[in-house]
Design a protein around this ligand. Structure first.
Ligand code: HEM
Length: 405
């Protein structure tokens, strides 16, 4: 009886072992550093007596392997590279400062980059990956066609690779470089832990679908941020980043010439501001484009065809996001909110912050209280930079930020 039971157990072990070998191959292919493949292989070698213990082992889904954003404090460390690359944070800082002094427009580009990385699939540098045989690059998603700053990250990464090869993740470089950028452009410095790892996939479809468009209304904006754990207050604070950098005319020209198909301008735009914007962005054919990001994809295709430049002379035209607003001397953030109070939000999505009391009250607060804004913005940026991180053995530390290895 005892023998029979042992034989039965033995057969089950063989069946489960075959399953484990296949799983091990699959897991090792997709999560080479995860250690799960190793566990499955050691199960195969183990005795049937371990069956009960081994049976309780569950193969986690990719989502399960991401640290819960609320636990980022537990998984990340104050100075993760203290032993492996003690100068990492300093190298990012010095490198950013050097490049910023040569070309100041890199700073806003990196602040936008951290938003687009962390919002889609978490802060895992997935936005930097080029297309591969198993996935398409997020860079090709319509909202990302005008993203910049990839060369800046590559340059910082090469410097780090020379000092401590294979140690500092691209995901950490993005968040650290964005923090430097905020500081360099007059914003607050905020607290960041390190230890993020890089994803082994990109999420092109999600980037196309989930990044809010400049034509989004308030409820779309709030629900998109809420689904990532951000309150309306935090959402308004994060949008203070639109006090730096530029926007292409394509993203708001519909407001100037054909708002909601009326053939007129958005009545919510300050009339003098409207005239100034019209001068900067003369009427162009793509005004009737159905999607603002479709207009953006035309940016790329037009570069390929000079004859088309006659059709839309506006594709390369840009205005400063802080163009002609009220609080020019008020610095990072505050000038954006003051502009909104005077109906001078450049994009429709910006002006939507004034559409309802739940966000308008924060616009008013931040316009009049610089310290409150800086505190809230700092906390919101730390939270954004900790969104759905990869830690431990999950993912990898890429050697080249645009490729997995
Ligand atoms: C409703 C949410 C948002 C929408 C619809 C939106 C949309 C846009 C668009 C269309 C541009 C112009 C890009 C171009 O013409 O090249 C832009 C620029 C920018 N965005 Fe946002 N954005 C949003 C939220 C954010 C957040 C949360 C941040 C950062 C925390 C951010 C930071 C920036 C920065 C710094 C720029 C200037 C980029 C540059 O000068 O290169 N945005 N945004």
């Amino acid at each position: 009886m005892k023998m029979k039971l042992f034989h039965g157990t033995y057969i089950i072990h063989i069946i489960v072992s075959i399953f484990a070998i296949f799983s091990s191959i699959l897991v090792t292919t997709y999560y080479p550093d995860s250690g799960i493949g190793r566990s499955l292989r050691s199960f195969v070698k183990s005795s049937p007596r371990n069956l009960t213990v081994s049976f309780s082992m569950k193969i986690p889904k990719k989502e399960d392997l991401k640290a819960n954003p609320r636990d980022a404090d537990r998984f990340l460390q104050e100075n993760f590279y203290r032993e492996s690359c003690p100068r990492a944070v300093k190298i990012v800082r010095n490198s950013m400062r050097r490049m910023y002094h040569a070309k100041s427009s890199i700073a806003p580009s990196l602040v936008r980059l951290v938003f687009h990385d962390c919002f889609i699939g978490g802060c895992d540098a997935s936005v930097l990956l080029d297309s591969d045989k198993s996935f398409l690059s997020e860079k090709e998603a319509a909202p990302n066609l005008s993203l910049k700053g990839f060369d800046v990250i590559d340059s910082i990464k090469s410097e780090l690779e020379e000092v401590c090869p294979g140690v500092v993740s691209c995901a950490d470089i993005i968040v650290l470089a964005a923090r430097e950028s905020v500081e360099l452009t007059g914003g607050p410095s905020y607290f960041l832990k390190t230890g993020r790892r890089d994803s082994m996939v990109a999420f092109k479809e999600a980037a196309g679908r989930e990044l809010p468009a400049p034509t989004a209304n308030l409820s779309t904006i709030l629900s998109s941020f809420a689904s990532r754990g951000f309150t309306p207050r935090e959402t308004v604070a994060l949008l203070g980043a639109h006090s730096i950098g530029i926007t292409h005319c394509n993203f708001f020209q519909e407001r100037l010439y054909n708002f909601s198909g009326t053939g007129k301008a958005d009545p919510e735009l300050n009339p003098r501001f409207l005239q100034d914007l019209k001068t900067k962005c003369p009427f162009a054919a793509s005004t009737s484009s159905a999607s603002p990001y479709a207009a953006d994809s035309s940016t790329r295709s037009l570069h390929a065809s000079n004859s088309q430049d006659m059709v839309n002379s506006n594709v390369d035209k840009v205005v400063d996001l802080s163009f002609d607003n009220e609080g020019g001397n008020d610095g990072f953030g505050v000038r954006y909110y003051k502009g909104l109070l005077h109906k001078k939000g450049v994009m429709f999505s910006d002006s939507q912050l004034m559409a309802k009391e739940e966000t308008e009250k924060w616009v008013r607060q931040y316009a009049s209280d610089k310290h409150r804004f800086r505190k809230d913005f700092s906390m919101a940026m730390t939270k954004l930079s900790n969104n759905q991180i990869l830690t431990g053995n999950v993912g990898q530390v890429r050697i080249k930020c645009s490729k997995i290895h």
